[in-house]
Design a protein. Sequence first.
Length: 310
Amino acid sequence: MLNQIKGLHHVTSMAASARTNNRFFTDTLGLRRVKKTVNFDAPDVYHLYYGDEVGTPGSVMTYFPFPHIAKGRPGTGEVGATVFSVPQGSIGYWGERLAAKGSLELKVDEAFGEKRLNFFGPDGDGFALVEVKDDARAPWTGNGVDADHAIRGFHSASMRLRDEGATVELLKFMGYEQVDHKDGVTRLAIPGGNGADTIDIETMPNIARANLGAGSVHHIAFAVENREKQLEVRKALMETGYQVTPVIDRDYFWAIYFRTPGGVLFEIATNEPGFDRDEDTAHLGEALKLPTQHAHLRSYLEEHLEKLEG
């Protein structure tokens, strides 16, 4: 069993409109945009990152806004909901805030003894806020949400699978432990993790596979401290039979990817070097940052990429 993984690093999804996406995460959810860059493989598409003040691993939601992308169809083989941690007693505040900002289909329920507010993003993305006692992670309060209510980071990700068996075994190999099973959902967690250390798996054997599109999670990334730990994880996964990519430099972290038995794409990402490698903390996410191989496209991209504000 591995011990290098400490929980989630980031979750990456797809959207239709960069401006709408930016407004939802900054204005509605109160997160900070910590990086404005482009997709390595499609430089005419943004890669937007939102999180806490510095983009701490375990707090970062990222998006590829593809103009004219079709809407995703929910199903199995995907992350069905990305779940954020908020302080106890704040669900009422968030229900009022989301409703005032135009969010529909708000639903309060309870799972594993935790009060939860379920809602959808602009593209039908599945989200929830869970009240967590004594989450010590510092929130970002620069976008109008006070510290008593602000998001602390991820709580968990919830996957919908036709068969949980092989994926549960994989997560246990990655260092997760099963902590509960209730109402068809298996909960696993990393002991002593980074706060974003829980995975829920909902087994839905009779549901068709999802079609990825706007509102779909593209992949989820798990955090390791550094490249040395990442290589240890890569070696162990390959020895177990997984097809793992070589290490890829993503400017703000190094990444490896592999497809899980349930169909979800997993990434293992390093906590280093961080989002302040090319911007100081006070100005994170303000300027368009381009990977070196796309630097020559700056004039074109600055003219043609959708304006995020205005």
